[in-house]
Design a protein around this ligand. Structure first.
Ligand SMILES: [Zn+2]
Length: 440
């Protein structure tokens, strides 16, 4: 596949992107109405040619995760023979979804990731190492691999290896770009420095962070992001993707929001009633992947809370961007009328080096109010400072209980080392039957 970034619409004037988007959405609706049994029914009263502006788009039906997971086969838009790859979502917020791609969908994935790395300054001169799994039914690893190789970067599929081997391959292959999960990259840097590999003076210039947030709601680096930047003396880039969207949003060199590539995805952010919210206002990310053959979707409700930015980026691109993922929709916390995002709490807790481990526990207190408790493995003399900072950041009182690492781990449950938020509320959309253990 030849990578031609000049084909992307993102540098076009906003009005031109808008016109192309309307045309693409009409074609998309026509295609899914013809080819996907689910949409043949769901769109029987919709005429694609009527989609001439945003208000017409906003009348199209949403697709939710539950419908996709229970009627998966009905979404497939091609014959079985055309499907070449199957992945399965982790199911961290509900039933796992089996997602199938055609050869063209894999190329589309590669093009999107190549655009992401390209906009963050990666070139064919770079040497990249991927520190995430390329197997186990994940889409992310293969997407990064295809994207980097399409761009022409010399790419090594490292995966997750014992420390000595990680160190060996870093020394042997001298990568300039690394892709990984922030908490893993942080732990890796600490261990590498202990065994004589100086991460501050290595060849690494860019870290691409997946799966966990490295920015706060003001889009500034959070504690983890700052530590990574300092420990690797490298630029850190945030990227967000969902299997069902078959694209990722990634920061460019200006680092002020994750770029959508408009020829590949139409992005909306909506309120509880499904109405678009103004730029900068948090709401649910709703996305329509364009150009997908295998399992095309329309106005897919991701369940992730973020905000949209429509003005021109400092890099010159005019397509929409999104802010950091503030929470899963099911994890939004309501305390006496105030909405709080778990990310706000975990970002504040991460600021305290004195906290060795913690768990944020959310319970239902009343139908309209939740109860939040922080269990922190910390010395009692730091508790007042933590409580004050939590109050300043959330405008509500959140009790901090002094605990120890063993107790925090037992509260978290076996095998869930990275879990920082334990949501015990029942009956949420993503958690219809019991406690959720979604990672933030
Ligand atoms: Zn930009």
């Amino acid at each position: 596949m030849v990578f031609r970034p000049e084909l992307s619409w993102e540098f076009l004037p906003a009005e031109e992107i808008e016109a192309k988007t309307m045309r693409a959405m009409r074609n998309h609706v026509r295609h899914i109405k013809d080819d996907s049994p689910y949409y043949q029914d769901a769109l029987k009263d919709i005429h694609p040619d009527d989609i001439t502006d945003r208000s017409a788009l906003e009348r199209l039906p949403f697709t939710d995760k539950n419908t996709l997971s229970t009627q998966t086969e009905r979404f497939i838009g091609v014959t079985q023979q055309k499907l070449v790859e199957t992945v399965v979502t982790s199911g961290s917020t509900g039933k796992p979804i089996t997602y199938c791609l055609t050869a063209s969908d894999l190329d589309r994935l590669a093009y999107n990731e190549a655009l992401c790395f390209y906009s963050a300054g990666v070139t064919e001169k770079d040497r990249a190492q991927i520190f995430v799994s390329l197997d186990r039914l994940f889409i992310a690893g293969i997407a990064y691999y295809r994207g980097l190789t399409t761009l022409g970067a010399n790419t090594s599929r490292i995966g997750v290896l014992p420390l000595e081997m990680q160190k060996h391959y870093l020394q042997l292959l001298q990568p300039t770009v690394i892709v990984g999960v922030p908490s893993f990259l942080k732990k890796l840097a600490i261990e590498l420095n202990k065994c004589g590999f100086d991460t501050r003076n290595s060849t690494i210039t860019r870290l691409f962070c997946i799966g966990e947030s490295i920015r706060d709601e003001k889009m500034e680096l959070n504690a983890t992001g700052r530590i990574l930047e300092e420990m690797y003396r490298a630029q850190v880039f945030s990227t967000y993707g969902a299997t069902e969207l078959a694209v990722a949003y990634c920061e460019c060199t200006a680092q002020c929001g994750g770029h959508a590539h408009p020829e590949l995805i139409y992005t909306e952010v909506v309120d509880e009633a499904g109405k678009p919210v103004p730029d900068g206002t948090p709401g649910e990310l709703v996305a329509t992947p364009l150009g997908v053959e295998g399992m095309p979707l329309l106005r897919y409700k991701t369940g992730d809370i973020t905000f949209k930015i429509s003005d021109q980026c400092a890099c010159g691109r005019n397509a929409a961007r999104i802010g950091p993922i503030l929470a899963r929709k099911s994890q939004m916390i309501k305390i006496r009328g105030t909405t709080i995002y778990p990310l706000t709490i975990t970002n504040i807790l991460d600021e305290f080096d004195e906290i060795n481990d913690y768990l944020v526990e959310i319970e239902s207190q009343a139908p309209t109010s939740d109860n939040v408790t922080v269990h922190a493995a910390v010395s009692p003399d730091v508790v007042t400072a933590i409580t004050q900072k939590l109050h300043a950041g959330t405008r509500v009182h959140i009790p901090v209980l002094v605990s120890n690492e063993t107790t925090v781990q037992s509260l978290r449950g076996a095998g869930r080392k990275k879990l920082r938020v334990l949501d015990r509320r029942a009956g949420t959309a993503a958690n219809p039957t019991g406690p959720s253990t979604t990672q933030v």
